[in-house]
Design a protein around this ligand. Structure first.
Ligand code: TLP
Length: 347
């Protein structure tokens, strides 16, 4: 990859800002396994407060945040009611089965949005079937295109979970993007849930980490699972310091990522051989149907633009804080060259 490549594979590729690096260099630290790191405590309290929960737990990744939450919420042998293609199953390597002994029960989620009636229907009651253990929602929904789950749907599913006595977890890796797209505070997006895993290392640009938020009792139990999974880190205030800067300075700018994704999508939609569902471009992601995804992404890489192939026929473009002015236009020009060259080969 050349140094000037435009990296649109994910919003995880961002590097820490100068302010983050300064905060990391001067962070006050302690041993966080003894709960003695003041910077971690400050980050956990800050995110819990922004999300509207009692407490938070700093974890190394969104995957650990989700898996710890499932392990706390659901009994071994029970089912995780989950929207189709949700990250917590699709991209977490079967961790729910390996770690917590759980199995997924999918509900259809067109555009990433499950119908509350389908969630109700997915709750199991028969003695012959594994019991339901926890309900999960993903907002924004990555695989559906970074789509936003409307608040009334999230609340309606929450009402069903509560009526059924089931805990309700949010995979909020990009909940800040959902809040920005909806024009509401993060706490409103998180309000229907018993817990949420919120990533600092996606749109907010921190180098590492997520915060799992919930009630004090929930976080107390989550603390034990984090330790069990090897997530008990020591003087980790050096990372939490970057997370604090991320939360304090990188939220407002998410709307810029969304505007850039929209501009990119509208440009891509005009190119030959590229198909996009513009209605699904709601935040910082653009999924495009391009024919052979590997051929397309390899050709694009050779032209200095990095994207991820998703399945055999689609690629994903993700906008983020490290893009420079003009990168969207430069990426569009490269895609146009690649799309025209591939169309000429096919002709
Ligand atoms: N997603 C990554 C890849 O794993 C696909 C990406 O580049 O988008 N929940 C959601 C909705 C996510 O998109 C991700 C990361 C996670 C959880 C996991 O976060 P990490 O990578 O910190 O474990």
């Amino acid at each position: 990859m050349c140094a000037t490549a435009i990296d649109l594979r994910s919003d995880t590729v961002t590097r820490p800002t100068d302010a983050m690096r300064r905060a990391m260099a001067t962070a006050e630290v302690g041993d966080d396994v003894y709960a003695e790191d003041p910077t971690v405590a400050r980050l956990e309290a800050l995110v819990a407060e922004r999300a509207g929960f009692e407490a938070g737990l700093f974890v190394p990744s969104g995957t650990m945040g989700n898996q710890v939450a499932l392990a706390v919420h659901a009994q071994r042998g029970s089912e995780v009611i989950v929207p189709e293609a949700a990250h917590v199953y699709e991209y977490e390597l079967g961790a729910m089965a390996v770690i917590a002994g759980l199995v997924p029960r999918f509900v259809p989620a067109p555009g990433g949005v499950p119908r509350p009636d389908d969630v109700r229907a997915a709750v199991t009651r028969s003695i012959h079937v594994a019991p339901s253990g926890v309900v999960v929602l993903e907002n924004t929904h990555n695989r559906a295109g970074g789509t936003v789950v409307p608040l009334d749907v999230a609340r309606a599913i929450g009402d069903i979970a509560r009526a059924e006595g089931l805990p309700y977890h949010l995979d909020g890796a990009r909940a800040w993007n959902a809040a920005a797209a909806l024009g509401v505070p993060l706490a409103e997006v998180c309000a229907p849930f018993d817990s949420a895993s919120l990533c600092l290392s996606k749109g907010l640009g921190a180098p590492v980490g997520s915060v799992l938020v919930g009630s004090r009792a929930f976080v107390g139990r989550a603390h034990r699972y984090r330790k069990m999974l090897g997530g008990g880190m020591r003087q980790v205030g050096v990372l939490a310091a970057a997370g604090i800067v991320a939360v304090e300075t990188m939220v407002e700018r998410l709307t810029q990522d969304h505007a850039r994704a929209r501009r990119l999508a509208e440009g891509l939609a005009r190119l030959p051989g590229v198909t996009i569902d513009l209605a699904r471009v709601q935040t910082n992601m653009v999924y495009a149907h391009v024919g052979d995804a590997t051929v397309f992404s390899d050709a694009l890489r050779a032209d200095g633009v990095l994207v991820n192939a998703i399945g055999s026929a689609s690629v994903r473009f993700v906008t983020h804080a490290d893009l420079r002015e003009g990168d969207v236009e430069r990426a569009l020009a490269a895609v146009e060259r690649v799309a025209s060259a591939l169309a000429a080969v096919r002709a």
